[in-house]
Write a protein that binds this ligand. Sequence first.
Ligand SMILES: *Cc1c(COP(=O)(O)O)cnc(C)c1O
Length: 559
Amino acid sequence: MPEETKVAYFSMEIAIDSRMPTYGGGLGVLAGDVMRSFADLKVPAVGVGLLCNKGYFFQRIDNERGQLEIPADWRPEDFMQRMEPKIKVPMGEKEVTVQCWKYDNEGQNGFSAPVLFLDTNVEENDEESREISAYLYGKDLRYRLMQEIVLGIGGIRMLNALGYSNIDIYHMNEGHTAFLIVELLKRYNVPIDESGLETMKEKFVFTTHTPVPAGHDVFSKDMVKEFLGGYLRDEEIDFLCANGDSTKLNMTLMALRFSHYVNGVAKKHAEISRGMFPGYPIDSITNGVHHVFWASKPFINLYDSKILGWRKDPCLLRYAINLTDEEVMKAHDKCKKKLIDHVNRTKNAGMDYHVLTIGYARRITRYKRPTLLLHDLKRLDSLNVQVVYAGKAHPNDTEGKEEIKKIVKASEELQNVKLVFLENYDIELAKMIISGSDLWLNTPHAPHEASGTSGMKAALNGVPSLSSLDGWWLEGHIENITGWSIREQVKEGVEVNDEEDAEKLYSKLEKEVLPKYYNDKEAWAKMMKYSISINGSFFNSHRMVNQYLVKAYKASNSP
Ligand SMILES: *Cc1c(COP(=O)(O)O)cnc(C)c1O
């Protein structure tokens, strides 16, 4: 029943169903895991996102040209119900009509926390407007502003049209969603000025995800006036911009100003955010992943048979420490076989079930240093490993696309080590690569990784990480127990040097990882169990959502 819903969770991307390309990467997968945990934990919540009927993009790799981006083609009607109401949002001189699709999202007990996907592809709209909800992170800044107007203002109007009349908490997942504040203030007749600032705070919760200033959406005041001039008075726009550079509207600052509770997505990230936005009390709730969604079949079967109740209560994964080496290794071997068979079938790679397999897959972008492992190809080629890569680069990220070319080139140049780049990274591929690798590699340039979640998915499947000490790994890393660091934590003010980090990476592989893998299977199996027991039991979205309930949503009398 809509009127019983207490929490509205807004996110530009929501990865709710692996067959629906309504996400670009980690942010959307997190939103999907939040919604899955809401449903399991019977939190009366509704999600609001954009339909993305052309997806993020479908990725092809051409050996010469690198990444090719093809609009995704899919049928929303196969997965969702189209809802009756249509609403309009202001868009400069015109109005844009918005409809929505409802995804049921049933949890383990049959409780539903639905997700609404907003869609402007309706006949009432002109060609330009029909495309607003089509391409996730597509085109230019004007396009982004239009999308955020549909998401924030349109989302609130749609909730209203559908009868969601008792929402206590509006949770903004990243600044893209912050126009919802403006629409709600108007709806409740709260003035958009200094006197109104505190009035609605209790209703707003904000999660920030970006530790670099360039990652936050900023629109010029002129552009905002062009699109929202008929909707907001000049003084109101001035007030929204009156923070930092007064000629610009910064979506993150707007969300920060109006929210009673703000969190970063890991302890370190919250600390960095407090430095970036002084004066705001920014707490931390470290991300988590949905344990049943991200555990592979063999591990689900193992946990079902040995850890009673883990589906409802993933902190019971603590008792994975009592599993036998054999049963853990056996479950992992099944996952690994599935991955190697897939790689060999699709890439003619000739990979070996018995060779240490390193997995690296995520958004391909410079600060994550996807090619650190390839720094010295000769050195890499001397190691007894095989490597599986995957990931999309944002269409405008030329550096990221260069990295993909480098990886593809390395796959051709290596003589001994088999290395592949698998196309079109998505949730299903993520499940296969992460659970099938023996070692999960992550090499971000600290401190630029807000959290990272793929290493948490690895831990749930008994796969230890080798990673820079950044984001969640600062909390999940115990050297030689849950995995390895590449180097000691980078001190403030010290420049990270790729050359030096690559040296440390090779040396860690040569001296620690490979000897343990090949010569001490017992110790390796122990690390697998520690990964599940110490990290799987904590870095899950049930724990995260419970922290949201206790720390962020408690201010209101719900739920
Ligand atoms: C988990 C996931 C990510 C995020 O990976 P990180 O290593 O945390 O950056 C990105 N894309 C997909 C498809 C994922 O499943």
